[in-house]
Design a protein around this ligand. Structure first.
Ligand code: SF4
Length: 266
């Protein structure tokens, strides 16, 4: 964790101060944040007992599933994956198919023609690397090696690589999508340490949060945040019914603004 912090000192204003043991002070703040994350994780885990997001334990299935999910509505990409699997029960058949045929199967997925070309190319590159259409060998690789390899594949970014690591390989990775980032930014994790996630897009959020979320909480918190972001903390948040509003900076601020407005009516 500290390596990441020291490499990203600009993220934490306290790190830029010259006096005292600043990294240790930031570490203390981060540790305090860990207890807030624990409470958040516990409450949301109880709030969302049904935690199946349709992910896969086979690493190649999971890679394809997440590739299809990008810029595609939830539900739609689950159907697209089912159609793809029915049409190409062996992924080698997908590698040998014409791009137009793949596109016809995944047509409702976002960026359909580009995605079809990416899928075909990814299959070829996986076969070049492993000699078969499988990512099972990744089970024996380190996290860094898996991430480095997967992110060389077309259409595969860090979030997709982290999903494969977490869902299929059982590693303590923390994929960050728009839901995760929105909820964490509003709740205000790490704000006390000077980190303002509100300014981040999900790519930058992925780079920063990958190391900052406590390893033992990552899987559970990721799933909970996806569910909470979809159901409650949407673009227009439903704060009054939210199970974690007592932990949330955004809620606290808006409540204060409201009470200020009622004391000083215009
Ligand atoms: S209180 Fe509102 S902004 Fe905060 S996490 Fe809940 S829904 Fe999101």
């Amino acid at each position: 964790m500290m390596t990441h912090l020291l490499e990203n000192q600009g993220l934490f204003p306290l790190m830029e101060q010259r006096t005292g043991n600043v990294p240790a002070r930031v570490r203390n703040l981060i540790n305090r944040e860990a207890s807030k994350q624990q409470v958040l994780t516990r409450i949301l885990q109880e709030r969302y007992p049904d935690r199946d997001l349709g992910n896969h334990t086979d690493p190649l299935d999971e890679l394809i599933y997440i590739m299809i999910s990008r810029r595609t509505r939830e539900g739609a990409y689950q159907n697209v994956f089912r159609r793809l699997k029915a049409r190409f029960p062996d992924w080698g058949q997908l590698a040998g198919a014409e791009t137009e045929v793949i596109h016809a199967v995944i047509g409702t997925a976002g960026m359909g023609s580009q995605r079809a070309a990416d899928l075909k190319q990814v299959m070829g590159l996986i076969h070049d690397q492993f000699g078969l259409y499988s990512l099972d060998e990744l089970h024996d690789w380190t996290d860094d090696r898996v991430e480095a390899f997967l992110t060389t594949l077309p259409g595969v970014g860090p979030k997709t690589a982290y999903c494969v690591l977490m869902y299929a390989l059982g590693r303590a990775a923390f994929p960050v999508d728009v839901h995760n980032l929105r909820v964490l930014a509003r709740v205000g994790v790490f704000r006390e340490a000077g980190l303002d996630l509100m300014r981040f897009d999900h790519k930058r959020g992925q780079a920063v949060l990958a190391d900052l979320i406590a390893p033992g909480l990552r899987h559970s918190l990721h799933v909970s945040l996806v569910l909470h972001g979809r159901e409650v903390c949407q673009a227009r948040p439903r704060c009054n019914g939210c199970a974690v509003n007592h932990l949330c900076d955004f809620y606290r601020t808006t409540q204060l603004q409201r009470s200020g407005d009622s004391i000083h009516p215009t």
